[in-house]
Write a protein that binds this ligand. Structure first.
Ligand code: FMN
Length: 373
């Protein structure tokens, strides 16, 4: 029996297996809108037999985009395009969620193939960044403006409004982006949050934004819709998040209605912008295991999980409940089929849609049974 190919139910959503598309920015949007590339990219993945898929970091306000090419959900007009992607996944049996995000001091960045640096002065696409404190993410990055408490309240409300739009688009679940140095993570980490008001100082205060956003999102979700939260479980730099803080956060998130914590790491930056976490296969799995054990909440493991045996082990050993994959799925959208074969499932082709699986069945159909071509 394969643990990886067993279903998982979270509230009213069933993931038919444990493989999930990790959220990945496509840098293909204009004014936040879904376009041809998103439809093509997600259609390809929707045919791959995944249990779940999470759409890329999608900004709840325009200035919350990482780059000018990021998706947005700040207006009612964004709903129609997103609902097309949802329908594509649903036609093929994959539960689909959206990652709601605000990039904070890491916003207003050039596209990766334009160098990934800050948009230069004078570039008409550039905008003013805001964060917990007036501290730059790294040398050479713009110094953000410190958010006022009223502005923080507006951002919390924007997450709630974005959730209502996500539900209108038909998503099964929502993931809050609380990782990788973006706004919520920047509030959580001491290195980027030097505030002296209710949002800074103690860990309770630094967690306040994460919990306010969680409450606003949960309040806008129907009871049956699961809520996921992505953390950078550790930063590996002085003043960054630690596993102890993350376990405390996960307990508080659980009490506020989060159903699963998605455990990534790093991204907070600092003077050098360097993260202290070195990627190796499955390097973040122990973080997911620690959060699951310490906070008693389901988790998702992610990061250089490319091998079916490793993915199977993560679930079988109870380190995490779901396995997210990013880059390997860009190369091999039918990874689920490969995994099913390598793990020795009896009918691996059944993970794919009929029009693929029928012809991949190990015993070819008799000529009489073959459909006329
Ligand atoms: C092109 C690209 C875009 C990404 N965009 C996001 C994102 O929008 N939100 C997020 O939380 N992580 C993002 N990530 C991180 C991935 O979700 C994932 O955590 C990371 O790539 C490690 O998993 P992998 O080794 O399977 O690729 C991105 C990664 C890549 C390669």
């Amino acid at each position: 029996m394969s643990h990886l190919f067993s279903p998982l139910a979270l509230r009213g959503t069933t993931f038919r297996n444990r493989l999930v598309l990790s959220p990945m920015c496509q840098y293909a949007a204009e004014n936040g809108f879904v376009g041809d590339w998103h439809r093509e990219h997600h259609a390809r993945l929707a045919l791959g037999g995944l249990g779940g898929a999470i759409l890329e970091a999608t900004a709840v306000v325009p200035e919350g985009r990482i780059t000018p090419g990021c998706l947005g959900i700040w207006s009612e007009d964004h709903i129609a395009g997103l609902s097309e992607i949802v329908a594509t996944y649903h036609r093929h049996g994959t539960a689909v969620g959206i990652q709601l995000a605000h990039a904070g001091r890491k916003a207003s960045t050039a596209l990766p193939w334009e160098g990934n640096g800050p948009l230069p002065e004078g570039d008409p696409r550039r905008w003013t960044t805001k964060g917990p404190s007036a501290l730059a993410f790294a040398e050479g990055r713009p110094t953000p403006e410190m958010l006022t408490e009223a502005e923080i309240g507006d951002i919390v409300a924007a997450f709630g409004a974005a959730t209502r739009r996500a539900m209108a688009a038909g998503f099964d679940f929502v993931e809050i982006h609380g990782a990788h140095g973006y706004l919520i993570h920047a509030f959580l980490a001491d290195i980027s949050n030097r505030r002296t008001d209710a949002y800074g100082g103690s860990i309770e205060n630094r967690m306040r934004l994460a919990l306010e956003v969680t409450s606003a999102v949960r309040a806008a979700l129907p009871e049956e819709a699961p809520l996921l939260f992505r953390v950078s479980a550790i930063d590996g730099v002085a003043g960054g998040t630690t596993i102890e803080e993350t376990v405390s956060l996960a307990k508080a998130l659980k009490a506020a209605g989060v159903d699963l914590v998605d455990c990534s790491s790093g991204g907070i930056g600092g003077p050098s912008g360097v993260t202290g976490v070195k990627p190796t296969p499955g390097f973040q799995v122990p973080l997911a295991a620690e959060v699951k054990r310490g906070a008693g909440i389901p988790t998702m493991a992610v990061g250089l999980i490319r091998d079916p045996e490793l993915a199977e082990t993560v679930v079988a050993e109870g380190s995490a409940d779901l396995v997210a994959m990013g880059r390997e799925l860009l190369a091999d959208s039918a990874f689920a089929y490969r995994a099913a074969r390598e793990l020795g499932l009896e009918d691996p082709e059944s993970v794919l849609p009929l029009r693929f699986g029928f012809f991949l069945a190990r015993r070819p159909p008799s000529p009489a049974a073959r459909p006329a071509s």
